[in-house]
Design a protein around this ligand. Structure first.
Ligand code: ATP
Ligand code: MG
Length: 282
């Protein structure tokens, strides 16, 4: 049975680049779809990688493309205006039936130019109002940034932050900066924002540095805050990324199916954390 509304809004974030934020967003969206949940993926990165990987169709002409993306919507959005750009995932089958995308575009970067306008950090929240009611989960893919207007918009619209993190110093340091910023700015930005936890990514258990950094992750968010599923560094992730395919696609083979199963486990862990949090706040 699908979970009750309103859907949890999860920002997938780490100040460090390349730690698998977008891969985690796509993998969790697929896992949710496989569970029969309806998912809205909001691409708040002007690199538009989530948009590409989920094969959200956009107009070819650059100006039309920008207008049909969050770059066009977020300049001065009416309440619920994101509805006009919602585009189904192009993977087909259950994925297209369950996953929608609010696509991004290069011009989203320009949003920062108007960051000083009153209430500007609430533009995404406003654009999504009501639109999210049709979903069981909202995933917001964040850029590798911290004190940025796009991040402010993403976090203002979110209930939780989920932090993909490699087992290396700079990635854990990036995760720490996320945790510290939430603690520092929560009252100004979003008093309800919670750290949902850390997902260890690109993990190699044979490397002692990765095992050590895993302990650092536990110190940062507590042992329960680190997802017990550690995503191994596997070539199939490149196949999925290069070709914008779900991990269950035949081209991703058994390695892809195994990775998709890990995303289902990680999604179950995240939902359990959310339910636990909702019960403790009730
Ligand atoms: N478990 C994995 N094993 C191998 N490669 C991986 C794994 N997870 C992600 N990758 C690869 O790492 C690269 C970066 O991943 P991704 O784009 O998801 O990171 P990101 O944090 O979203 O990056 P950015 O900061 O640029 O937004 C991609 O080429 C992706 O295919
Ligand atoms: Mg990314």
């Amino acid at each position: 049975m699908a979970p009750a509304h309103p859907p949890p809004h999860i920002a997938v974030a780490n100040h460090k680049g390349g730690v698998a934020k977008t891969s985690t967003t796509a993998g969790l969206a697929a896992a949710a779809a496989e569970a029969g949940h309806r998912v809205l993926v909001v691409d708040m990165d002007s690199q538009y990688n989530a948009t590409r990987r989920l094969r959200a169709a956009l107009p070819a002409d650059p100006a039309d493309r920008a207008a049909a993306s969050l770059a066009g919507v977020l300049q001065s959005p009416a309440r619920g205006e994101a509805a006009r750009i919602v585009t189904p995932c192009g993977w087909g089958g259950i994925y297209s039936e369950h996953i929608d995308v609010c696509p991004s575009d290069l011009d989203l970067e320009l949003l920062g130019l108007t960051a000083g306008l009153p209430g500007a950090e609430r533009r995404l929240l406003r654009a999504l109002a009501g639109v999210v009611d049709a979903y069981d989960l909202v995933l917001i893919d964040c850029p590798p940034a911290l004190l940025s207007h796009l991040v402010d918009n993403a976090w203002t619209a979110s209930d939780y932050i989920l932090i993909p993190c490699e087992g290396e110093f700079e990635a854990v340091h990036g995760a720490r900066r996320v945790v510290e910023r939430v603690a520092r700015d929560r009252e100004n930005l979003n008093p309800d924002l919670e750290i949902l936890g850390i997902i260890p990514t690109r993990f190699r258990s044979t490397l002692s540095v990765h095992r050590t950094r895993l302990q650092d992750m536990e110190k940062l968010v507590g042992p329960d805050g680190v997802c017990p599923v550690k995503f191994p560094e596997l070539a199939v992730m490149k196949t999925a990324t290069e070709n914008a395919l779900p991990l269950t696609h035949p081209r991703c083979g058994s390695e892809g199916r195994n990775m998709a199963a890990l995303f289902r486990d990680a999604y179950a862990w995240a939902r359990k954390r959310i339910s636990h949090n909702q019960e403790s706040n009730a």
